[in-house]
Write a protein that binds this ligand. Structure first.
Ligand code: NAD
Length: 296
């Protein structure tokens, strides 16, 4: 590791404490011999900073979303292609061992035909985010997750949402999507006082539940619904339904993402950066629909 470039004194102090060299600007660090750069600055700076790294011929990992707008993302991808610069976009949930366990379970056929996916990413807004709305900032994670576990391209069917707390940006949204014929429903917001990061996938053979944070992936098998003659019996039945944990090798997803970048630079095999445009495109379309409805 060469070091950390950050305008912020606090960030540089933390990096120094952790034993890294620090630099006051991107240009200063680009003057070093670098194998790769991890770009993790506010999203509205991605385009400018990514193009500077690409100009310097430096392999680049851009944190999600690739940029604030699809058009800027395309510019970055095209510039990297022109300069033959390796480019990856960091979608950390693709490296979340619980999401990988879910995907493997679905792909093995254990869930049977998939009937639907629903995901929630709810909580309060980190005050430092001044540029992207909730769909562009965090909604893209679940759009990308659904595409990843289904192995299919998604299409936006409907979008609702609005501004509950923020004055300048959408801070809650509900999306209906479809991929490979499977309905995908997402709820994303910055207005719920309790944090949720979860996915339910319902299939022919049962249901899987994933908690992104605790990295648990569970499966409950489909079961008959017997007739319950009493109210108490129905309540007891409601409490039943056993989940069993799927094997998950818990690890820090960000570390795995960064390792994939380092290995990909060496092997020349990095994930296709174009995948990042799909979730951003959907977030952008949904934003337009919601904003249009708010103006009407
Ligand atoms: N993969 C994930 O799960 C995940 C999680 C959080 C953030 N992100 C993404 O990472 C990026 C950064 O997010 P964040 O929350 O860390 O942002 P942030 O606002 O905390 O900024 C990150 C750092 O950039 C520095 N910075 C700001 N302007 C700068 C400039 N002009 N030059 C150099 N440094 C500058 C800040 O001092 C800060 O240390 C965003 O694109 C965000 O979407 C991804």
């Amino acid at each position: 590791m060469i070091g950390v470039a950050d305008l912020g004194l606090d960030a540089r102090a933390q990096a120094e404490e952790a034993g890294f060299r620090t630099f006051e600007s991107l240009d200063a660090i680009l003057g070093e011999r670098l194998d790769g750069v991890i770009l993790s600055v506010p999203t509205n700076l991605h385009r400018e900073y990514a193009l500077r790294c690409i100009d310097a011929g430096c392999a680049l990992l851009v944190e999600k979303p690739i940029a604030l707008k699809v058009s800027e993302g395309i510019e970055i991808i095209e510039a990297a292609r022109r300069k033959s610069v390796p480019l990856m976009v960091g979608y950390v949930e693709r490296y979340n061992p619980a999401v990988i366990a879910l995907r493997n379970f679905m792909q093995s056929g254990s869930l049977g035909k998939v009937h639907g996916i629903s995901a929630r990413r709810l909580g309060t807004m980190p005050a430092r985010i001044k540029d992207a709305n909730v769909l562009i900032d965090i909604g893209v994670h679940d759009i990308d997750m659904a595409a990843f576990v289904l192995g299919a391209k998604l299409e936006l069917k409907a979008a609702q949402g609005g501004r509950a707390v923020l004055e300048d940006r959408i801070d809650f949204a509900f999306l209906a999507l479809e991929g490979a014929g499977v309905p995908v429903h997402l709820e994303t917001n910055w207005i719920t006082p309790v944090k949720f990061r979860e996915v339910l996938v319902t299939g022919e053979h049962g249901v899987c539940h994933v908690d992104y944070i605790t990295q648990t992936a569970r499966f409950a098998a489909a079961r008959e619904f017997p007739v319950m003659p009493t109210f108490e019996g129905s309540v007891d039945y409601y409490k039943m339904g056993e989940f069993s944990n799927l094997p998950v090798d818990r690890q820090e997803p960000l570390r795995l993402e960064l390792q994939a970048f380092a290995n990909g630079i060496r092997s020349g095999l990095l994930p296709d950066p174009e995948i990042s445009l799909v979730s951003l495109q959907i977030a952008e379309e949904a934003t337009q629909i919601i904003e249009q409805r708010m103006r009407a």
